[in-house]
Design a protein around this ligand. Sequence first.
Ligand code: 13P
Length: 259
Amino acid sequence: MRVPMIAGNWKMNTTVNEATALVNEMRPGLDEIDKVDKVICPPFISLAAVKELIKGSSIQLGAQNIYFKEKGAYTGEISPLMLADLCEFVIIGHSERRQYFNETGEIVNKKVRAALRVGLKPILCIGERLEENETGKTEEVVTKQLRSSLAGIKYPSDLVIAYEPVWAIGTGKAATGEQANETIGLIRRNIAKLYDKEIAENLRILYGGSVTTENIAEFVEQPEIGGALVGGASLKAAEFLSIVKQTSEIRVVREAQEA
Ligand code: 13P
């Protein structure tokens, strides 16, 4: 049985002081919840401070981006080696980076390789835009993104995939549980083709896009959905805690059913 994951993508929000305050508010409650992998992804500048604050807890840390070169004259970039010391996960290929920073499939592929080289676990984001969804191109787009992101990569056992339809991100217009489950099932079948069935079965594929305390259950109750990548709602301690708690409770029920 896959352990569900709830990851909070704070995006470009919080100063170091605000990040510290938010972690202090979340930590006690979050640490108590089991049966779920809990990951928070603050901005780069807060990673070191947050790492200290979550020491000894069950909360894990992720970054939101990475550069693929190891070091050198790349002003303003953050290398895999710098991150490897600080965190366990790194979000790669988020649609905001594809859209605003021109990240292509080739760049995403280089970043996934760079992360794996230093032992960072990639949270690889894929998802279709509104017009692609409306013209029935979801399957084609998601398959293409998946294949280009993983091209030539021997199966990375530490991979997590996040299916984030672009039209659902920050819009308050989430996909339905069934929609997300269907596309995530398709992604899993593609992974089975690229690698093998067992690998596909074990892979966690998260849903992301306007996840809230109100709709989280609808997603994590679905058999294909392995958790959520949460944006806005991860910036409010009580909401994020509730999302993680509901996920844990659903997991407990499922364990009992399958026992
Ligand atoms: P929202 O939850 O704010 O829609 O953001 C989703 C997201 O992009 C997470 O990476």
